[in-house]
Design a protein around this ligand. Structure first.
Ligand code: ADP
Length: 262
C-alpha cells in the first residue's frame, strides 16, 4: 500500500494537504466475556481529514482503546469498515498491514518508554534505527524534529533530566521522525499536569496542520479534547457529536464507568 519512505521530511516542509485520510463506517467490536456481551464499539462512524485533529472523548471503559486498536488494524471488527486513504484495512494482506502500521501510522501513548541511559537525540532516533537507518543518519533526521518540539537545547540530556512534558515531547519527535500520516494518540497527556497537557496537544495540533497529517486523539481529558479541531463523545461504545464543550460536559456528567453490557 504505502511507498517506502526512509524518514519524515523536515518539519514545516511537507506542505498542507486537505483530503480524507480515514473513513470509519458503522464499526462494531463486541467482546464475549463470562457469559456477557460487551459492546465496546457499537456502530461508530466518523472521518478524519489530513491536517485535522479529531478528539474522541469518553470515560474509562467507553471503548476508546478498542476503537483505536481497530482503526490500527490490530483488532478485527465484527462489523463495519475502516478505510485509510480509500483502502479497507481489513482487506489488506499481512504484509500490507505491516506496511500500513510501520509507514503510515504513528502511536503516541500515555506510557512513554524512553531508554533511561541513552541521550535524548538517540531516543528520538530509535524507530529510524529499527527501520534500518544508520545511527548517524537517524540522529541527523531526528534533530530537526527535536528542535520542532522545542528540545533543540536538550539533545545530549538523559530522559531523567527532563520534565514529564519534555519526555512526552521526545516521544512525539520519535514518532514524527518516521513521517506518519495518521497519528493515533491514546491518552497522551495522562501523566501530565494541565499546563503541560495543553502544550502537548497544541503541539500535536499544529504539527498536524503543518505536515498534513491527521491526528486521532482518544482521551478522558476534556481540556485536552477542547484543543482539537473537532470533538466527539464516546459513551458505551457509541459516538455522539459534541458541538462544544458545554454539550460534551452535559453528556458526560453523572456518567459511570463501563460499556453497555447485555
Ligand atoms: P477505554 O479505552 O475507553 O477505557 P476499552 O476499549 O479498553 O475502553 O474497553 C471498552 C469495554 O470493553 C470495557 O467494558 C472493557 O472492560 C471491555 N473490554 C476491553 N477489552 C476486552 C477484552 N479483551 N475482553 C472482554 N472485554 C473487554
Amino acid at each position: 500500500m504505502a511507498a517506502s519512505k526512509p524518514a519524515s521530511p523536515p518539519p514545516g516542509t511537507a506542505g498542507r494537504e486537505r483530503s480524507t485520510l480515514l473513513e470509519v463506517h458503522e464499526l462494531k467490536k463486541h467482546y464475549h466475556s463470562l457469559g456477557e456481551e460487551v459492546r465496546a464499539v457499537d456502530g461508530v462512524s466518523f472521518d478524519l481529514q489530513a491536517g485535522e485533529m479529531l478528539a474522541i472523548h469518553g470515560p474509562s471503559g467507553s471503548g476508546k482503546s478498542t476503537l483505536l486498536m481497530t482503526v490500527a488494524g490490530f483488532i478485527r471488527p465484527e462489523g463495519g469498515r475502516v478505510l485509510y486513504r480509500g483502502q479497507q484495512i481489513a482487506a489488506l494482506s499481512e504484509r500490507e498491514r505491516c506496511s500500513y502500521l510501520s509507514r503510515e501510522v504513528g502511536f503516541i501513548h500515555q506510557s512513554i518508554h524512553l531508554m533511561a541511559h541513552v541521550k535524548v537525540v538517540e531516543n528520538a532516533a530509535l524507530y529510524l534505527v529499527l527501520d534500518g537507518m544508520s545511527l548517524r543518519e537517524a540522529t541527523a533526521a531526528a534533530i530537526p524534529w527535536l528542535e520542532r518540539v522545542g528540545l533543540g537545547q536538550r539533545l545530549s540530556h538523559r530522559p531523567e533530566q527532563l520534565s514529564g512534558g519534555e519526555r512526552q515531547r521526545v516521544a512525539i519527535a520519535r514518532v514524527l521522525a518516521r513521517g506518519p500520516r495518521l497519528i493515533l494518540a491514546d491518552e497522551p497527556t495522562g501523566n501530565l499536569d494541565s499546563v503541560r497537557s495543553a502544550e502537548v496537544i497544541e503541539l500535536l495540533s499544529s504539527i498536524a496542520r503543518e505536515q498534513g497529517a491527521g491526528v486521532l486523539l482518544v482521551t478522558h481529558d476534556l481540556e485536552a479534547a477542547a484543543i482539537a479541531d473537532r470533538r466527539m463523545v464516546l459513551r458505551d461504545g457509541r459516538l455522539l457529536e459534541a458541538a462544544d464543550q458545554v454539550q460534551a460536559r452535559g453528556l458526560l456528567s453523572g456518567e459511570r464507568d463501563g460499556a453497555h453490557r447485555r
